[in-house]
Write a protein that binds this ligand. Structure first.
Ligand code: G6P
Length: 518
């Protein structure tokens, strides 16, 4: 039986007492529920001496297999190379990159160790899907260990332009590691193009017109798979959240004022400092908004032991003091800056109650909050999304108010436009955005990736996992009785969402389509 194996740094292990997982984890869990499978990665624990044993937990046909990191691994692999090199570099924040050879060794070591620990857990007919920048080297390590199952990689964050990438010592090797996968998935066409250009320039690889990369006799397919959300799940959680005590207390505290909301991890890539400056200028320029708007910024602390994250936290605290010090009145505080996370339903309830959602990322792979805000809205009175043009979501949500976060006045105008927007325009924009969210939801995303990965593997005669061993896998609408089986044809590789395989997936899929193994 074909099984799905997910590899990612964070694993949403059930019953760990942590808050409910985000949209991506929800999507991955749904895929694992359908297929049965294994989710493998870091336990989130750091220990002085790491036990050799992989910690496993089975629940409803899914195995969660996790490993702790040693203190040195955590310092070099996670805090060092992943979050002080790859994260800022891939978000084109070159001045924040702090490359250390030792951290690179740590990254190589952890990828190697995790690959070694994964191998004994694999079965012959598994499909392996690796996620994000923490495990770029995993594919090559697995191939070196004679793993012959299909290997896919999805990059959740942006891929940097070659001029930025080539500042990284050893970038050629990182690119070679990416080429060890059968299929590479990117959030946008811009990211995929940046990758293809880089392998051509740095490695002299042959890039075919359909996005297939040939390097040293091996082929790697690439595709654009913008990640979506589970629209129905968001809608029902948002409805619950707005009725829950938190939602009702928020509404009560507003006293009929217009609510502007931002929800982000506390990260410099989210453009929070720029956002606070824009809000301050909005209040400077528009006295009419004094006492009439409230900006609620939820920023859950993240990677707090990385110095740049500490700095941004202090900057935002100082800015909050400045803004509230200048504009507050005895019964109005213009900015509520909250440094903690909330349960998923609570956040979605807050988004549902917001007239404006502010997303001003300087660079963002996708930004699922943008999509969740749209899905959380009341169709009769939808709020308006103000969205950075540098978030992957802007490529799809064209009916948001798109702004350039590097131009503070553009953001100020965008917020004012969102506040003043007539209801008819709000409804029209929301409807268009919603249509897109439904067409390309989380189910369509994972179905397209997994199907394409299977097809790529079939094309590779050197893999032992070949056509003969493939169960026939269909992408079907869930209502089997009224719809004929719809087989997802891979018409061509590496296309844009509007073409070929993605076009095919866009049209007929309902939000709850499912993968079916005949
Ligand atoms: C981004 C990355 C994820 C990461 C998450 C939280 O969304 O793409 O891979 O898990 O941030 O960051 P953390 O460092 O806490 O895992």
């Amino acid at each position: 039986m074909t099984r799905l194996v997910i590899v990612s740094n964070r694993v949403a292990v059930p019953r760990t007492g942590r808050r409910a997982p985000g949209g991506l984890a929800v999507g991955i869990m749904a895929a694992l529920n359908e297929w049965g499978g294994l989710w493998f990665g870091w336990s989130g624990k750091v220990a002085d001496s790491v036990p050799f044993k992989v910690d496993t937990q089975d629940q409803d046909g899914i195995t969660f297999a996790t490993l702790a990191l040693s203190t040195q691994d955590y310092r070099e692999y996670y805090r060092g190379y992943a979050n002080r090199v790859l994260w800022p570099l891939f978000h084109t924040q070159l001045h924040r990159v702090e490359f250390q050879r030792q951290d690179l060794s740590g990254y190589e070591r952890v990828n190697k160790q995790f690959a070694r620990r994964l191998v004994p857990l694999l079965k012959a007919e598994d499909i392996i899907w690796v996620h994000d920048y923490h495990f770029i080297r995993m594919g090559r390590e697995l191939r070196r260990l004679k793993v012959s199952q299909p290997l896919g990689f999805f990059l959740h964050i942006p891929f940097p332009p070659y001029e930025v990438l080539r500042t990284l010592p050893g970038h050629e090797d990182l690119l070679r590691c990416l080429c060890a996968y059968d299929l590479l998935g990117f959030q946008t066409e811009l990211d995929r193009k940046a990758f293809l250009y880089s392998v051509e320039e740095a490695l002299g690889a042959m890039v075919h017109s359909d996005g297939v990369v040939s390097l040293s006799g091996a082929r790697t397919y690439s595709g654009v798979f913008p990640i979506g959300i589970d629209v129905e799940e968001v809608m029902s959680q948002a409805a619950r959240g707005r009725q829950a005590p938190y939602g009702r207390r928020l509404i009560g505290s507003l006293a009929n004022r217009t609510l502007i909301t931002g929800v982000d991890r506390l990260d410099y890539s989210k453009g929070l400092v720029e956002r606070f400056h824009a809000y301050q200028r909005l209040l400077d320029l528009h006295c009419a908004y004094h006492r009439n708007v409230v900006f609620l910024q939820i920023a859950e602390p993240s990677r707090g032991d990385v110095p740049d994250y500490q700095t941004i936290q202090h900057t935002l605290e100082a800015l909050t003091g400045e803004i509230n010090g200048r504009f507050s009145d005895y019964d109005w505080v213009p900015l509520r800056y909250i440094n903690k996370g909330f349960a998923r339903a609570t956040i979605l309830g807050f988004l549902a109650l917001s007239r404006v959602c502010l997303i001003t990322s300087l660079r963002d792979g996708m930004n699922l909050v943008a999509k969740e805000f749209v899905a959380a809205q009341d169709p009769a009175e939808p709020g308006v999304l103000v969205l950075s043009q540098f978030a992957g979501a802007a490529r799809e949500l064209k009916d948001a108010v798109l702004v350039n976060p590097y131009d503070i006045d553009d953001v100020v105008e965008g917020i004012a436009r969102a506040i003043e927007m007539p209801m008819s325009e709000r409804r029209r924009r929301w409807k268009n955005n919603m249509q897109l969210l439904r067409q390309n939801d989380i189910t369509a995303w994972r179905c397209r990736f997994i199907n394409m990965l299977r097809e790529c593997a079939v094309d590779k005669p050197n893999l032992s996992w070949h056509k003969r061993s493939l169960p026939s896998l269909s992408l079907m609408p869930s209502n089997k009785s009224s719809q004929p089986t719809e087989r997802l044809e891979i018409l061509s590789r590496g296309m844009q969402p509007s073409e070929g395989v993605l076009k095919h997936a866009h049209a007929p899929l309902s939000a709850d389509c499912r993968l079916e193994v005949d």
